[in-house]
Design a protein around this ligand. Sequence first.
Ligand code: DC
Length: 217
Amino acid sequence: MKDIIRVAVDGPSGAGKSTIARAIADRLSLDYIDTGAMYRAVGYKMLQQGVALSDAEAISRLLDTTDIDFRHGDTVLDGEVISDKIRTPEISKQASDCSALAMVRRRLVELQRKMGGEKSVIMDGRDIGTVVFPDAEYKFFITAAPEERARRRFKELAAKDGQITFEQVLKDINARDYNDTHREVDPLRRAEDAVEIDTTNMTIEEVIEFICREMKR
Ligand code: DC
């Protein structure tokens, strides 16, 4: 392997990207960067400050004064650990909406390139292999059927919120898929040279093994 490697892991919501990327980071001693958490952090801050999606000026100001970092696996926004606050359906929706704005993407892509410029990283998101690091050494595109992704997400959310229904989770997943693949700026798509892995009938461990094998080839 080269001294510095970049591993891009893209795919739709709930395909298991972050669990897989985190495990591979541990195994291969790479830094893990969760770019979805960065869009969630911006969405969270917009809601906190009451900044509307249509208010370009306020968003620009917000982006200029926003610091996002990762510390021991936690997402840190302007010095505050926000990991637990950004995993709600409300923030998922806001992250998806604000990720469609060119201004937000420009700023976060710039930050991501800086984070991955000097050390070996595994980065998960939607546009890592296509936009952030088109020349990444390894690219994977992880998918699963929407019903399977909804089943996995429902299990996670139901543990925290007894009111949530499977139908609602599936509806949210379908809506986010639509948003993420139909936005004008850098929509979710597989890079031509990415290895696609359909995880519908695979365990997380099988996917991790598969990726590690691919990276040794
Ligand atoms: O992976 P996630 O569910 O935490 O991502 C939250 C939202 O951010 C999702 O709707 C898509 C968007 N996103 C993006 O547009 N580009 C990325 N590189 C990562 C996430």
